[in-house]
Design a protein around this ligand. Structure first.
Ligand SMILES: Nc1ncnc2c1ncn2[C@@H]1O[C@H](COP(=O)(O)OP(=O)(O)OP(=O)(O)O)[C@@H](O)[C@H]1O
Length: 204
């Protein structure tokens, strides 16, 4: 098992959000996180990535194998596409595999300043990090925002044939159907019961 979560309780901004979250993501598999806006998908991924504390519960994962990709592209606008990928590769002691440019449709954009890319092109550059950094457990928050249908398919294919096929795993918060062969976990079942204080406030 590359990621295992037991009875996790999460708050945000001092309010209880999710309770009793237990999920497993085995090697070579993805799990799709669903739930309505505000249910706590981002908060869960941030907690698993170590960016916020859980109130209770256990997380079993190797922090050195985790890679959290948030809504933000993390793209440096003053660097070219090649320079962005090279920068990330060097930070993680890797080199940029040439096929990454093909996978993420960046081959014709290599020398473009990232700041001049369209929203979808920027998102593809942000996602291309996943093909460079090479972590086993991906925590992906709405990875396909701004992508057209062809790019969504290509990304799903990258996950399936490159990342998962090599024994990696992925927990993916998304509102759209990525077309991945993966089970779904709906966080609606884990919405935390309101605290007595919340209930009092409801009558104010
Ligand atoms: N920095 C913050 N401080 C206080 N509350 C926050 C903060 N960020 C988010 N929240 C609240 O926490 C709750 C969960 O937010 P979160 O972003 O985890 O939901 P989500 O399921 O990812 O939503 P979406 O589908 O809209 O992306 C929401 O009610 C949100 O308003």
């Amino acid at each position: 098992m590359t990621l295992s979560v037991r009875n996790l309780t999460i708050s945000r901004g001092g309010l209880p959000l999710l309770e009793c979250v237990s999920i497993d993501v085995p090697a070579g598999e993805a799990l799709i996180l669903r739930g309505p806006n505000g249910v706590g998908k981002t908060s869960l991924l941030r907690t698993l990535a170590g960016l916020q504390e859980a109130e209770a519960g256990e997380i079993d994962a190797d922090p050195d194998e985790l890679l959290y990709a948030s809504h933000a592209d993390g793209v440096k606008s003053q660097l070219t596409v090649v320079e962005n990928l090279t920068f990330w590769a060097e930070v993680y002691g890797q080199t940029v595999p040439e096929e990454v440019y093909e996978h993420f449709e960046l081959a014709d954009l290599k020398s473009r300043l990232a700041g001049t890319l369209s929203a979808g092109q920027k998102r593809r550059l942000g996602l291309a990090r996943l093909g460079v950094i090479n972590r086993k457990v991906l925590l992906l928050d709405e990875p396909t925002v701004s992508l057209d249908q062809v790019s969504v398919k290509r990304f799903a294919s990258f996950l399936q044939t490159t990342h998962l096929a090599a024994g990696g795993s992925a927990l993916i918060a998304t509102h759209i159907d990525l077309g991945l062969d993966a089970p779904t976990y709906d966080l609606s079942q884990n919405i935390a019961a309101p605290t007595p204080l919340d209930q009092d406030e409801a009558f104010l």
